[in-house]
Each structure stands twice: as C-alpha cells, then as structure tokens.
Design a protein around this ligand. Structure first.
Ligand code: PMP
Length: 284
C-alpha cells in the first residue's frame, strides 16, 4: 500500500497529493515548514516542532487554520495511517492559492500538508569516522532581512551553500553570518568542544534554534558538562578538540575536518560519542 499524504484535512495517495501552481508557497516561497522524526512509531519532540512552526508562522503573519492540538492530532494521525516505525515527517503550511502578485491578502486559505516518508540519513560510516565539511562563501541572511529563526520555505540561501559543499566533495557546508562568525551548517546546528567546555553559537548568530541543539544543551546540563553559547570563528572550529553537528535528520554527527584542516586529530571525540549515545538512549 502506498504512502498517504495529508492535504488540507484529507489523506490522499502520494501520487494524488498536489497543490495549485498558484499557491504562493510555490510562487514566492511564502510559507513555513518543519522536519520531525518518527521513532518507534511516534513523532519525536512534536510539541517543540509544532511550537516552532507556529512561531515561524506568526512572524510571517500566516494564520494556521488548525489549533496546535488539532495540528498535533493531524500529525499523529498521519504517522498512524502510514504505519512507519522510523520515518521523517515534513509539515508544511503555505500561504495558499493567490494571484500573480505578492499580496498575501489575496490568497485564499493557507494550505496544510503533512508528508510521512522514509528517511535517508548519512551513511553509517560518517557516524563512525566523522565527516568533512567546508566553509561556504554564501553567508547567512542578515537578521534585518528574514530572520533565519523563521523556518520558512525560502531555503535558497542554504541550497547555494549546500551546492558549494557538494562542489568540494562534502555533504554539508559551514555557513558564517554577516559578521563573519560561525552560524550553522545548511541543515544542522554546530557545536565544538574545547578544554572540556561545550560551545555553540548563540540564537542571534544567524541560526535556526534547532530542536536537537536544545536536546544536546539539556543533556550537557544533565551530564554536568560546562556549556557556553558564544560567538566563534572558523579558527575556533579548527582549533577545537571536537566538533559535531545536530539536526532532526542527522541527529548527532562528528565533524573531523573543516576546509582541509583536521579537527581533534581527525577522529570523533569522546564527548561527541557520549552525547550521541545518551541521545540514542533517549530515542529508543
Ligand atoms: N539549521 C537549519 C538551517 C535547519 O534547517 C535545521 C533543521 N533542518 C537545523 C539547523 C536543525 O534543527 P533541528 O534540530 O530542529 O532539526
């Protein structure tokens, strides 16, 4: 049986899940989204993802036609209907069908889409050996433009950086903010470890406030690991003892090289391993 997709209150076959070419989500990237993992048949950290979705929508003044509870119920239904134990949910809300002009007030009702599908994570080898990344020339958008804390359908900035990473033979790329400080990767937050202290760029450094980032920060507190949210440069990353990325899809993955320079001897570090195993315990 094929996968079923939720589109505006109805479950339809994957092949029949379609939106209008006049939807402003398509025409202008006018909308917001979330990526959520399903572990053991349940949506993981659903409250946190739904909260971020509504916060993003609020910022762009997009009224979501469901209450938070209705949204959580719809997501859970989508998970149950598809019967997948380990999966990835893409929750999308677009401005809806409108005219060929920017005006969001000329759009009909917002469109809500919930896709539950299989997840393709990085090869297991990357988790064991760590991965290599490069710094992209494309910077994060300035906060005076669309604040990147809004998880909007405008991901071109990240896609350009991703292309740069791929050109260099990497699957991820590091992005700096407009001030030249380390922000995050194209779809993951970044952490470093230096002299036993766990460090990550602050929320106003041009990052998406990752749900997995928060989990790692909470784990650090539980484990008594000193934690700092501080600005850092490329130098700090290269000179770190350890570096890892966090994200819903990636979970926790070690970075062992930046721009050709090995980090921490070029091997995943102890704290990364420890946090990853604590994270694994949490999801199982
Ligand atoms: N940064 C960006 C730009 C992202 O798109 C994502 C998630 N896809 C993350 C960080 C990680 O956030 P989360 O842990 O909530 O998935």
């Amino acid at each position: 049986m094929g996968l079923k997709v939720y589109v505006n209150g109805e479950f339809v076959e994957k092949e029949d899940a379609k939106v209008s070419v006049f939807d402003h989500g398509l025409l202008y990237g006018d909308g917001v989204f979330e990526g959520i993992r399903v572990y053991g048949g349940r949506a993981f950290k659903l409250d946190e993802h739904v909260a971020r979705l509504y916060e993003s929508a609020g910022f762009i003044r997009l009224p979501i036609p469901l209450s938070r509870d209705e949204m959580k119920k719809a997501v859970s239904e989508a998970v149950d209907i598809n019967g997948l134990e380990d999966a990835y949910i893409r929750l999308v809300v677009t401005r809806g069908v409108g005219t060929l002009g920017l005006d969001p007030d000329k759009c009909s009702d917002p469109c809500v889409i919930i896709i539950v599908d299989h997840i393709a994570i990085y090869p297991e080898e990357f988790y064991e050996k760590g991965m290599e990344i490069v710094t992209a020339a494309t910077r994060r958008n300035i906060p005076e433009a669309v604040d990147v804390r809004v998880k909007s359908l405008n991901y071109l900035n990240n896609i350009l950086a991703k292309i740069e990473g791929k050109n260099a033979g990497c699957v991820e790329a590091l992005m700096l903010n407009h001030q030249g400080f380390v922000a995050e990767c194209t779809g993951d937050n970044i952490f470093i470890v230096r002299d036993g202290v766990l460090k990550t760029p602050p929320a106003n450094a041009g990052i998406l406030k990752g749900v997995t980032r928060q989990i790692v920060m909470d784990l650090a507190v539980q484990e008594g690991i000193p934690l700092e949210e501080v600005n850092m440069t490329r130098y700090d990353v290269i000179a770190a003892d350890e570096c890892f990325l966090t994200g819903t899809a990636a979970e926790i993955i070690a970075v062992v090289k930046l721009d050709g320079r090995p980090i921490g001897g070029g091997k995943p570090g102890e704290m990364t391993r420890k946090l990853r195993s604590r994270f694994k315990e949490m999801i199982h």
